[in-house]
Design a protein around this ligand. Sequence first.
Ligand SMILES: [Zn+2]
Length: 606
Amino acid sequence: MPRPFKYQYVTARPSPSGRRRRRRRCYNAPREDKPEMNGLLRDLLDASGGHANGNAEQAAPAPAKALAWARVSTDMQDERGLSIPEQMREIRLYAAKHDISIVDEFREAVSAFHNQKRRLEFQRMLARARSDRGVSIILVHDFSRFCRDSAEARFLIQDLRKAGVRVVSLNDPEFDSETVAGVFMEAITHAKNEAYSREVAFHTRKGCRANVQTRDLETGWCYKNGGQPLWGYRGERLLRGEERGGRPIFKSIWVLDDAIVAGRAMHEWARYWLVTLAGGGATLAELRDFCNQKGIPGRRNPFWGLSTVNAILQPSVLLQYCGFGVWNVHRKNGQERPPEEWVVVENAHPALITEDQARAVAAARQRNSQTKKFDTGFGKSRNSTYLLSGGLFKCSRCGANMTGFRTESGYYYVCGSQPYRKGMGCGPGVYVPQAQVEAEVISGLKGLVDVCVDPKRFTRKVNEEVRRIWEASAAVDPHADQKIQAIDKKIGNIRRAVEEGLEDANWANVRLRELHAERKALAAAVTAVGQPPRLDAETVLRYGRQTEKLFSQGEPAERKRLLRTWVQAITFVPEELEVKINYRVPESVMNGLVAGVGFEPTTFGL
Ligand SMILES: [Zn+2]
């Protein structure tokens, strides 16, 4: 039952949106031969109703400050690279030789296959480089340590250069990107690195493919490529010889997980859960609750949620519970590949259930989905009539998305922990009436757009705000112009003194050099960051009209998209019954203005 409540709405002032989002590049995976489809797999797929988806500037007198960056790839084919301590040692040597002082060191061990966003340490290093004005260099052992994708690397390096930070590689040729030769050198260096990276990726995949089909002579099980073992299994590392360099070669296999949890071995829980519960027709919610009640730890999160349960019941996973090794199911982006592309190996690890039991689980799943279409919300949020669902509105207590929820008394938003894991990991659910919170968000937005009735005032206000934020974020010295004028005056005075016969010419020269250096630094800082973005009244007006129109006539998906351009975040604080709404000035508006290009009214430049 929804709890009664009194909400407080907090509206934050507009702020310019974040950095421009870039398109991600995709590699085309090399084509592979299609193996014949496994009979059991076909049955499971059929039962599930088909394919399941679940430069440094001139060296200043003081040593230049640098960040050191080292990275290793954890992919097996790439182990021959230098270790992080070795990279760091070489970077420190280089820094000492070139009179560079390293102010901070960052390191990361990741797979080349990982998403850029997950490279947290790298992002932290970039943020430091951009925000710390003292830092003018990032030292890397070679550019491939910086970024494997050449387009991405060039973009980042250029972007950093604009921010006054040069990326220096110890083992790539140094190039002056202001010259024609330098531009070519840069392009060639990055292309070389990318070619290497693709080659590594290709061989790694080949290696992985071979690995899953290689049977360990001693145990009889096939090797695994890493990743978390299925629930009910644990990975076991086996020492299998050594490389030429003397480094040990480890291989891993899956064995039944015999850890005792709540009085039983984990693999017994998994078997019972699959055969008796899932095979007996238990719903996703019942399956989830069972684990949470028994105190069986979740896979990634402390508690089980519906998405985990759903993932376990997919054909590719049931197949693995029958002892089949299954590889190449998902693409890098998480999408499932067509089953013909999967690599399936028989008897790859101990079976937990029989093939008939797996068929029964798939059949029960199908019966459940026919009797009651279960809306887990997967992929539905885009067209949902809940305007704020899908990540805009979040629970501050646990960080989960607030999701649409209907009860007999009406439509609500509630922390996703409530419907998906019975509040586990959050707390008692508080139901926020949909109509009320949406009205509040829209009225706030209208308020923001309505100020456009007085476009001059609004524009001035926004521009003041934008300038303030821009100065803070770009760490611009707001008095740089005055300081440059003051220096010019001093330079003029010394010159005049020399002309008028000043005797200490030495002093004058030293002083002049100092002043020129100071002036140069100030001027460079000003040009490096450029001018703050500005809005013009006409565009804001036009934008405002379009916004209103779209809001009154748009499809839910359009309205949602529009909302996301104006609203940074909405958070719900259950303890205080408070909804915080942060608005922003859409980036498309700002960019359109700055570049002097008219924006697209219908698409809003999205
Ligand atoms: Zn929550």
